[in-house]
Design a protein around this ligand. Structure first.
Ligand code: AMP
Length: 280
C-alpha cells in the first residue's frame, strides 16, 4: 500500500476515519531527520501489524534555545523516501500554525520529575514535549505509541502522563539504537564531523567498560566517570547522574536491590548529546 502523506488536520482526520474501525493505530512521533533509531520504532509498530503513523514536527515548544531550534537538521524529502521504503501507512507533517493556532495558550505540565536531569537545564522542555505528544494522542487516537529509551526521562514522563490522565494509549519502548562505535543515534549527530563523532562514541565505550561493581557509592563512581570522559575529550559535561530507573530518584549507594542508570548530557562542538546506560 502507498504511504499517505497528510499535511493538514483535515487530511489526517479524513484518512484516519477510513481505517479507525478496522485497524489498530501505532504512532511514532518524531522531529524528522530519520535514522535507524526511528526505524526501530517504525519496525516494531509494523511487526505488531498496526496501521503505522509517523509524525514529523520540529516542535518549537520544546526548544529552550533558539539557536538549537534554528540549526535542528531538516531533511523532509529524504525522510519521506525512508518512510515510503519502510511501508509506513501514513506520515503527518503539520505546519506550526496547525498545531499551535494563533492564540494557543493551554499547556501540559508535570511537576515532580520535569526539573531534574535535562529539565534542570532546559526550562519548559518537558512541558513542550508533553503538550505536543498529548495533542498527537488526541488527533490520532493511537492504540499504541512508540518511544525510544535513548530519551529515558521523556519516556518516563510520557508513561506518567498516560497514567496520571487515564489515557487509553499503550506506550511501547524500544532500546537505544547505536552506531558501530556505540554512539547513540541522534538527528543532532548529523551536525558533527567524523573526528567529533569518534570522540562522542567514547561516552558509551566508557560506560560499557566500567566496572560499576567496584564502586560502593555513586559519588566515587561519578568522579571516576567524569575523569575518564574528560580525558577522552568530553569536557563540557552538563550533568552526569545515577538514578533509579523506576522513579528517577537519585541513587546514593550502589547495590543490586534497585535498577540504576547513569544519565549524561554533554556538549561537543556546541551539539548537545544525551545518553543513558543501565548499570546493574
Ligand atoms: P526525535 O526525532 O529525536 O524526537 O525522536 C523521536 C523518537 O525516536 C523518540 O521516541 C526517541 O526516543 C526515539 N529515538 C531517537 N533516537 C533513538 C535511538 N538512537 N534509539 C532508539 N530510539 C530513538
Amino acid at each position: 500500500m502507498q504511504t499517505i502523506i497528510a499535511r493538514s488536520l483535515d487530511s489526517l482526520k479524513k484518512n484516519l476515519n477510513k481505517v479507525k474501525k478496522s485497524k489498530k493505530i501505532g504512532l511514532i512521533p518524531t522531529m524528522g531527520s530519520l535514522h535507524d533509531g526511528h526505524l526501530a520504532l517504525i519496525k516494531k509498530s509494523k511487526k505488531l501489524k498496526f496501521f503505522t503513523v509517523v509524525t514529523i514536527f520540529v516542535n518549537p515548544l520544546q526548544f529552550n534555545n533558539k539557536n538549537d531550534f534554528k540549526k535542528y537538521p531538516l531533511q523532509e524529502k529524504k525522510d519521506i523516501d525512508i518512510i515510503k521504503k519502510n511501508n509506513v501507512d501514513l506520515v503527518f507533517i503539520p505546519k506550526k500554525q496547525q498545531i499551535y493556532p494563533h492564540g494557543f495558550s493551554t499547556y501540559l505540565k508535570e511537576i515532580n520529575h520535569s526539573n531534574i536531569l535535562c529539565g534542570q537545564f532546559r526550562t519548559n522542555h518537558f512541558s513542550g514535549v508533553l503538550t505536543v505528544v498529548f495533542k498527537l494522542f488526541v488527533l490520532i487516537q493511537p492504540y499504541s505509541a512508540f518511544f525510544g529509551e535513548k530519551d529515558f526521562q521523556q519516556l518516563f514522563l510520557i508513561k506518567k502522563m498516560v497514567k496520571d490522565l487515564h489515557l487509553e494509549v499503550k506506550i511501547i519502548s524500544v532500546p537505544t539504537v547505536r552506531d558501530s562505535n556505540g554512539l547513540a543515534l541522534s538527528s543532532r549527530n548529523k551536525l558533527l564531523d567524523d573526528k567529533y563523532l569518534k570522540i562522542a562514541s567514547s561516552i558509551y565505550k566508557i560506560f560499557k567498560n566500567s566496572k560499576f561493581k567496584n564502586y560502593k557509592n555513586t559519588k566515587s563512581l561519578i568522579t571516576y566517570l567524569k575523569k575518564r570522559l574528560i580525558n577522552s575529550g568530553i569536557v563540557d559535561i552538563e550533568y552526569i547522574e545515577i538514578r533509579k530507573s523506576k522513579n528517577l530518584e537519585k541513587a546514593i549507594i550502589l547495590n543490586n536491590r534497585e535498577k540504576l542508570r547513569v544519565f549524561i548530557a554533554a556538549y561537543l562542538k556546541g551539539v548537545r548529546l544525551i545518553d543513558n546506560y543501565k548499570i546493574n
